[in-house]
Design a protein around this ligand. Sequence first.
Ligand code: ZN
Ligand code: ZN
Length: 190
Amino acid sequence: MSLPSRTQHNILISPIGKFSTVLIEAVAAEIERVFDFPTKIEFVLQDLSFALDANRNQYHSTAILEQLAARIPAQSVRVLAITQVDLFIPILTHVYGEAQLGGAACIVSTFRLNEGRSGINIAPLLIERVVKEAVHEMGHTFKLRHCPEHACIMHYCRNEEDVDRKSDQLCRYCKVMLDDEIKRLKPKGC
Ligand SMILES: [Zn+2]
Ligand SMILES: [Zn+2]
């Protein structure tokens, strides 16, 4: 028989490759604030070669999500990976990120949000965009779907201008849905 765990449940933030601490910490702080779980930064996946599509020279995000979900530690309720590589799903030219709806894993890429530049970048606008898209993808893992409200962070964005136009907040409707899901996920007695 094992004793009930005293370790607090957390959300794992998993950078893939090198990032500025400023960016990672900005993402972690906002995820913690919106989703009400402490965050932990840990590198769970580094080599993405399995997801590379040589013809497109892009990485298939769905394959990466499967690997992330398989590596999530027991104490973590969700994992968010952050990558600099260009991500795609077969029906779209590229994606800013992807999430398992109601699942364990999500990912966000800085590539398009940084206008196709890779490498360490701490421009305030890039950080703002990455934080928004990270919260958006994490929202999907908490069962939130795309929201028709243009200002809502769960609004689907086609381009960087859309990302810049939407606010960094959930609309009231999405917030109520999220709070219900968080309540359901919080381990009893914690
Ligand atoms: Zn979305
Ligand atoms: Zn909404």
